[in-house]
Design a protein around this ligand. Sequence first.
Ligand code: UDP
Length: 326
Amino acid sequence: MNILVTGGAGYIGSTCVHQLVKAGYDVVVLDNLSQGHRAAVHPAAAFVRGDLDDRATIDDVMQAHRPDAVMHFASHTLVGESMEEPFLYLDRNVRCGLNLIRSAAAHNVERFILSSTANLFGTPEQVPIDASERIDPGSPYGESKFILERILHWMDALDTMRFAALRYFNAAGAAHEDLGEDHDPETHLIPIVLEVALGQRDGLSIFGDDYDTPDGTCVRDYIHVLDLADAHIRALEALGDGSCTYNLGNGRGYSVREVIETARAVTGRDIPATVSDRRPGDPDTLIASSDEIRDDLGWAPQYPALETIIETAWQWHQKHPHGYDD
Ligand code: UDP
């Protein structure tokens, strides 16, 4: 099967490409390298540098590679940024996704997998969050993903293609010591904590300790990037039976303080942290119920322990202290 992976040079996309190649799929990556890294793309995958804003580029890739399925990772993905620059999300994210879906439909691609997000649930009424939770996106970022889910809903209803929407919680960890997370600027908790451990930052800020959680800091469900990749491949294979939407997490939450404590234990380094103001848009607690994907696809996380997640990220950061520039 030929798979077109947009954003296949990014953190989660490149890990999925790696696992797809390992599983025997033919892969073509389409990425504008605005956030991704050419070096992160598996050498066995074809690579096209291009932007999803350009419909002709997408059509060319579709014609040249005739994919059977599309995995769509390429996206702006920051909640905070989307509150400040909403049209990067409500316009560009949506437009690029729509360009891709239209081209996929025109080229008879029958399977489409969308990276979606826990931000669809805003501040959830119930935790763990299952499929029945009310959708009320917490930001323009979450809204942009929800709009794409709805477009795909209509593609399915009109019998154009089947889709899987995978709503990630907090992706973390590294596939191996040469394939990891490298954002510029970095905003995510675990890589920031490890940059402090490496001495690249003096310390980190804990964004608020007055949340309604056991230690007052936000609780998140961290999921290993290889477990996410596994879910994508299972969903890809299951799409022959119909469309699906799943929440993806470990079903267990850790507070910001617990993440820092675990990172201190894993790295053996002092990791100075001070409490600062809350970051706008952060809900108290986000924990996934992944019962549906476990029941339907037999998915189960292989790397659920926070120690393992941080340990794998630490190996990557130690070997590549400046990311893919090293
Ligand atoms: N966080 C923090 N300090 C940082 C970065 C993140 O306290 O320097 C907190 C953030 O407020 C959130 C949690 O860590 O509660 C996870 O944030 P991250 O940006 O990694 O992922 P998000 O939950 O926004 O997807």
